[in-house]
Design a protein around this ligand. Structure first.
Ligand SMILES: Cc1cc2nc3c(=O)[nH]c(=O)nc-3n(C[C@H](O)[C@H](O)[C@H](O)COP(=O)(O)OP(=O)(O)OC[C@H]3O[C@@H](n4cnc5c(N)ncnc54)[C@H](O)[C@@H]3O)c2cc1C
Ligand code: SF4
Ligand code: SF4
Ligand code: SF4
Length: 388
């Protein structure tokens, strides 16, 4: 059974095993460290289907090579402003709903306690998908719906982390999901523990009251110098990302899921049809609203792009340095990762954790980012107002 073969510290939490189980005997749950893992909740008939679809035990073969590479921007300035990078995910979703079928994207739950995949059948429903959420999404509720209405005549566009996409690809290849799915993954830094997220939400609630809205990539100054914005019942929270405790810990690799430190899906290693990311690096350093990097990995993805007239594409030559700006091949686990994780899991006191362990590191990060702005981005990034 899957739990014996895939220990929690190597599991991706992708949910493919849950969807494959013919007995409905598995469910994704959040473990004591705050990560999604499958739990046995029913009677197992030892059919091994869960193992067959697991991307840890059976990584899907990489058959897709990079067909094209683009710098891309939605033609809608409004979409670019509210999205994380170039607003490409939304433009693709709207074109897909218009021409083909439904979109499966990621949204927050009402109280902002969870992040989950949802099926959108009409354009208005894709609004909740806008913007990156840096906690792992529960993919299984939406995928159960897809499995329940299994039909070769249905078309879906699925957005997910590369490991979630690998799980969905196995489900399609094993015939468990028969609908036609175009898979879109992301250049993925990693996903954070729910323990960090819940401690952060409690910390925010103390400041601004009940959470009504959160945006983790709010372009207050510009795309590079983004802020976290939260609207509460009592007040508004607005902080540059390197001063926000969640983003600070996430970007410094604390509270990431274990497999994120040895992820096999980084840089060009995708089993999706399309890969999206931020076009970081010098080329668009002076862009205000955001530019996406797109890897086209299959012919059907190219067709989808060609039919999405709302996206401006600029072809780019493929080079290692270009990809490196968006994603390194590996990231380092902080030496005190386990101690910090345990401390927060035991206390759930984010304020205390930040003060006791990170005061000096925060100062260093701010100096580094200030120097980067001065040396690398150039002065006028901060001088030109957004309205231009
Ligand atoms: C956890 C995570 C880590 C990332 N790390 C990097 C990185 O290291 N380098 C880089 O260049 N880009 C990274 N990205 C991608 C980047 O932040 C943007 O999502 C991407 O450029 C698309 O932006 P957009 O403006 O086109 O669309 P946006 O409007 O920002 O759309 C975001 C899309 O991503 C989906 N999504 C949002 N949150 C999640 C989630 N938790 N899990 C799965 N799907 C989600 C939504 O359904 C939506 O379709 C990451 C994204 C996520 C979610
Ligand atoms: S072996 Fe079969 S029945 Fe048992 S949990 Fe896995 S998929 Fe379900
Ligand atoms: S299928 Fe996904 S969730 Fe299930 S054990 Fe494998 S990696 Fe973990
Ligand atoms: S970094 Fe790799 S293992 Fe971690 S969430 Fe992203 S794709 Fe999955």
């Amino acid at each position: 059974m899957i739990k014996d073969k895939v220990p929690e510290d190597i599991c991706y939490g992708c949910g493919a095993c849950v969807i494959a189980c013919p007995q409905n005997a598995l469910r994704l749950e959040i473990n004591e460290k705050g990560f999604l893992v499958p739990q046995l909740v029913g009677k197992c008939s030892h059919c091994d289907l869960c193992e067959n679809v697991c991307p840890v035990l059976n990584p899907p073969k990489k058959t897709n090579n990079v067909v094209d590479i683009f710098a891309a921007r939605s033609r809608s300035k409004r979409l670019r402003l509210i999205a994380s990078s170039g607003g490409v995910a939304s433009s693709l979703s709207l074109a897909f709903i218009k021409n083909y079928g439904s979109v499966i994207g990621v949204t927050f739950s009402k109280e902002y306690a969870l992040v989950y995949h949802k099926v959108a059948r009409i354009p208005q429903e894709t609004v909740d998908f806008v913007g990156s959420k840096y906690v792992q999404s529960i993919s299984t509720w939406a995928l159960q719906r897809v499995k329940a209405s299994n039909s070769e005549n249905r078309y879906y566009l699925f957005f997910g982390t590369p490991c979630q996409v690998a799980g969905v690809r196995n489900l399609v290849e094993k015939g468990i999901i028969r609908s036609k799915i175009i898979l879109v993954d992301l250049f993925c830094h990693g996903v954070a523990s729910y323990k960090l997220w819940w401690a952060y939400i409690n910390w925010l609630r103390k400041r601004i009251g009940a959470i009504l809205f959160i945006e983790q990539r709010f372009k207050l100054y510009d795309w590079h110098r983004y802020c976290v914005r939260a609207i509460g019942s009592r007040d508004l929270y607005l902080r540059e990302h390197n001063k926000d405790p969640f983003m600070f810990l996430f970007l410094n690799n604390y509270f990431l899921r274990g497999p994120c430190f040895r992820c096999p899906f980084r840089a060009l290693n995708s089993v999706a049809d399309l890969r999206l990311g931020d076009f970081w690096g010098p080329l668009y350093a002076k862009d205000k609203l955001g530019v996406s990097l797109i890897l086209v990995l299959s012919e059907k993805a190219r067709q989808l792009l060609v039919n999405t007239h709302d996206i401006l594409l600029e072809s780019q030559p493929l080079s290692e340095s270009l990809i490196k700006h968006s994603q390194l091949m590996s990231i380092e686990k902080p030496k005190d990762y386990d101690i910090v994780l345990k401390e927060l899991v035991d206390t759930m006191d984010l304020e205390h954790l930040m003060r006791s362990r990170f005061s000096w590191k925060i100062v260093k990060t701010r100096i580094r980012s200030l120097l980067r702005h001065i040396l690398y981005l150039g002065k006028n990034v901060l001088e030109v107002p957004l309205s231009k």
